[in-house]
Design a protein around this ligand. Structure first.
Ligand SMILES: [Zn+2]
Ligand SMILES: [Zn+2]
Length: 628
C-alpha cells in the first residue's frame, strides 16, 4: 500500500508524466466514479490513481459494494463511454474550488446536501503555488490535477475487478473507505490477455498447487512464515540441491556446515546487530544471565538497551551466513596460493518479516539460502564474478528459465555514502558490467543501487506468463573483510586484505521452489518430479507383472509407485494426471503377455509401448541429463 500512497501524493508535474496507459486508466477511474455517483448519489470519493494493474477509486458509501454490484456499475460505465463525454479542464481559484466542495458539487453529478468532505481535505494539501483544476465529464465534476484522455469514448476496454477496504490516506485513524479496483487497456484484446494471465496465475499459484500436490505446509502451531517441507516438496528441494552441489564441485567450491545461531558479538562486528534488529528474531539470552538480571531488577527496556550496547551478550538466530563463513576463512593463516577460497552452504537464516508481508513460500521468516562466500585477491574479482554468473546461467538454462535479465547496481558517482576506495569500487563495478555483458542476458546499470558495502548484480526471471521474479544476487564486499580484519599473505610476504563476494543465485530454496512451482504449473520435469512413474494395472490379475516392472525401475533409482486400487483404468489415469506424474505405465493382458509396458505421458498422451528395460534406459537417461 505504501506505493499507492506515494502515487497519491504525486505532484502536478509528475502527474503530467503519466504514461498513456496510466492516463487511460486514471480516466477510467473517473468513469467508474461517475457510474457509482449515478447509482449511489450519496457516495463520497477520495483518491482515484492508476496502479500497476489498473486503477482504483476510494469511496465512502453507506451501501457495501459487493461483486454482485459490478455488472450494474459496468453497465453505467458503458453508458458514460457511449455518450463520449469530453474531459474538460477548468482552472479555478482556491475559493471557487472550496465553494464547490462545500456545496457537495465535487466528485458528484450535482450539488448535494453534504459537502464533498475528502475533496475539502485534499484541497488543503495542494501547495499555494499550484494551479487548481476541476475536470468535468458530463455532469460529473471532480477535483483533479489530471491528465486525462480527451473523451470518455477512449475508455473502450475496462473491467471492475474487486473491492477491498482501505483507510483514507492509509492511516488507521482515518475513516475506512471502500476501494473499488478496476483495470483498463487500450483495446479488448489486451484486456482479454490480461484477464487470461490473471486466470493462469491463479491456476499456477504455488500456495494452491503446494497443497494439491502435497509439497509444503504452513502450520499456525509451528509459526507463520515457517515452511514445513512435505515429503514431495523435500524431493524437489533435494534434487535441486544435488544439482547445485554437482555444479559447485565442478567450479571448485567447498561445502561447509555451520550452526543456526551465533554470538551477538559476532553480529556486532559484522554490523548486522543492533542496526537491523527490527528484521531479526529477538536475541537469545542464557538462563543464568537472565536470572542475574532479574535479581538486579533489570526491566525489559533496559535489557534491550544493554543487549544493543554490548553490555550483555547473547545469541542471535542467524540472519546471514556470512560471519560464520568468515570465521572458517579466518580459522588459519591463508597464503595467496590458497585463494580463491570458495565456501558454499545451504545455510538456513531467520528474518522477522511483518505478518502482513508473509506469502506462501515466497515471503517467509525462515529460509535456506543457496549461499556461498568467495574470498579472493583484487585481481581475481573479475574471474570469480564471471564464474558466479556462468553458474547461474547453467542453472537457469537447465530449468528452462531462459527469459531473465540482470540489474547491475553501481555506486552513485555523486555520493560518498559507500565504504572503501572509490577506485576499487569502479573496478569491481566494471567487472560486474563485463560479466553481465558476457552472460548475454539483457542488463541495466543502476547507479546508486549498490549496497553500501559494494556493487552487486540482481537476477530477475520472467516466468511463462510474463511475471517477473527477483531471485538472487552476486555482491562484491569491501566492508566485511575490513570489519573482521581478514588477511592473506601475498607473494611479497606481507599481509593483504582479501575481497569477499557473496552470492546466492536462487536467493532461497523456499522462494525458488515457490517460483518453480508456478513456472512449471506443478508439472515438474521428470528429474524433479516427486513421483516420476505410476504403474496402472488394468485389474489385479496383472499385479504380478506390475510389481516386476516396479522392482526393475526402483533398482535404477526411479521414483515409482503402483496404483493397486480396484478403480477403473480411466479413473486411475485421471488421478495420475491430477497428481501431474510425468509417466503412466498401463498394464493389461497384452502387456503381461508380451512383457512390455504401454506408456502414457502426462502432456503428450499415448507414447506407444516398449520393453521394460528399454523404457528404463530411456527414462534413466532423461533423468540423468535433467532434460525438460
Ligand atoms: Zn483525474
Ligand atoms: Zn553473505
Amino acid at each position: 500500500m505504501a506505493e499507492a500512497e506515494a502515487k497519491q501524493r504525486k505532484t502536478l508535474e509528475e502527474r503530467a508524466q503519466m504514461s498513456d496507459l496510466e492516463r487511460l486508466r486514471h480516466s477510467t477511474a473517473h468513469v467508474l466514479a461517475t457510474a457509482i455517483a449515478k447509482l449511489w448519489p450519496d457516495a463520497q470519493f477520495a483518491y482515484g490513481p492508476p496502479t500497476e494493474q489498473g486503477f482504483y477509486y476510494d469511496v465512502d458509501l453507506e451501501h457495501r459494494i459487493t461483486p454482485e454490484d459490478f455488472p450494474a456499475i459496468e453497465a453505467e460505465m458503458k453508458k458514460v463511454v457511449k455518450e463520449n463525454q469530453s474531459f474538460e479542464r477548468l482552472v479555478v481559484s482556491r475559493d471557487e474550488a472550496l465553494t464547490m466542495a462545500k456545496s457537495g458539487r465535487l466528485a458528484a453529478l450535482g450539488e448535494r446536501e453534504t459537502p464533498s468532505t475528502f475533496k475539502i481535505d485534499l484541497l488543503e494539501e495542494i501547495p499555494e503555488d499550484e494551479e487548481i483544476s476541476i475536470y468535468k465529464n458530463g455532469d460529473f465534476w471532480d477535483l483533479c490535477a489530471g491528465p486525462h484522455v480527451p473523451r470518455t469514448g477512449n475508455c473502450k476496454a475496462f473491467k471492475v475487478m474487486s473491492v477491498a477496504s482501505a483507510f483514507y490516506k492509509g492511516d488507521a485513524n482515518n475513516p475506512q473507505l471502500q476501494r473499488v479496483y478496476g483495470t483498463a487497456f487500450k483495446n479488448k484484446t489486451e484486456l482479454e490477455e490480461h484477464l487470461d494471465r490473471l486466470e493462469q496465475a491463479k491456476e499456477r499459484d504455488h500456495r494452491k498447487l503446494g497443497k494439491e500436490l502435497d509439497l509444503f505446509h504452513i502450520d499456525e502451531a509451528v509459526g507463520q512464515g515457517l515452511i514445513l517441507w512435505m515429503p514431495n516438496g523435500a524431493v524437489v528441494r533435494q534434487e535441486l540441491q544435488t544439482f547445485i552441489s554437482e555444479e559447485l564441485a565442478k567450479q571448485g567450491y567447498s561445502q561447509v556446515f555451520t550452526p543456526h545461531i551465533g554470538k551477538l558479538d559476532l553480529y556486532r562486528t559484522s554490523g548486522h546487530f543492533p542496526y537491523y534488529q527490527d528484521s531479526q528474531y529477538p536475541p537469545l539470552v542464557e538462563r543464568e544471565q537472565l536470572r542475574l538480571l532479574a535479581d538486579e531488577g533489570c526491566s525489559c527496556g533496559e535489557l534491550s538497551n544493554r543487549l544493543s550496547s554490548g553490555d550483555i551478550d547473547g545469541f542471535l538466530l542467524k540472519p546471514m551466513n556470512c560471519p560464520h563463513h568468515i570465521k572458517i576463512f579466518a580459522s588459519r593463516p591463508r597464503s595467496y596460493r590458497d585463494l580463491p577460497v570458495r565456501l558454499a552452504e545451504f545455510g538456513t537464516v531467520y528474518r522477522w518479516e511483518q505478518s502482513g508481508e508473509l506469502n506462501g513460500m515466497t515471503r517467509v521468516r525462515g529460509f535456506t539460502q543457496d549461499d556461498a562466500h568467495l574470498f579472493c585477491t583484487e585481481d581475481q574479482v573479475a574471474d570469480e564474478i564471471m564464474g558466479c554468473l556462468s553458474l547461474v546461467k547453467t542453472i537457469f538454462n537447465t530449468l528452462g528459465m531462459e527469459d531473465y535479465r540482470v540489474r547491475v547496481g553501481l555506486r552513485d558517482p555523486d555520493s560518498d555514502k559507500f565504504a572503501g576506495d572509490p577506485e576499487k569500487w569502479d573496478k569491481a563495478g566494471a567487472a560486474l558490467r563485463d560479466a553481465a555483458e558476457k552472460l548475454g542476458a539483457p542488463f541495466t546499470e543502476e547507479p546508486g543501487e549498490a549496497a553500501f558495502y559494494g556493487p552487486k548484480i540482481d537476477f530477475v526471471v520472467k516466468d511463462v506468463i510474463g511475471r517477473e521474479w527477483q531471485l538472487g544476487t552476486v555482491q562484491v564486499d569491501y566492508v566485511l573483510p575490513e570489519r573482521f580484519d581478514l588477511s592473506y599473505i601475498g607473494p611479497d610476504n606481507k599481509p593483504h586484505r582479501p575481497v569477499m563476494i557473496h552470492r546466492a543465485p536462487f536467493g532461497s530454496m523456499e522462494r525458488f521452489v515457490g517460483v518453480l512451482i508456478e513456472h512449471f504449473a506443478g508439472k515438474f520435469p521428470t528429474w524433479l518430479a516427486p513421483e516420476q512413474v505410476r504403474i496402472l494395472p488394468i485389474s489385479e490379475k496383472f499385479l504380478d507383472f506390475a510389481t516386476e516392472v516396479e522392482t526393475e525401475l526402483k533398482s535404477a533409482g526411479v521414483r515409482v509407485t503402483t496404483d493397486a486400487s480396484s478403480d477403473k483404468i480411466g479413473a486411475k489415469i485421471r488421478l495420475a494426471q491430477i497428481d501431474k506424474i510425468p509417466y503412466m505405465l498401463v498394464i493389461g493382458a497384452r502387456e503381461a503377455e508380451s512383457k512390455e509396458v504401454s506408456i502414457r505421458h502426462r502432456d503428450r498422451g499415448d507414447a506407444g509401448s516398449c520393453g521394460v528395460v528399454a523404457f528404463r534406459e530411456r527414462l534413466v537417461e532423461e533423468i540423468r541429463s535433467r532434460s525438460l
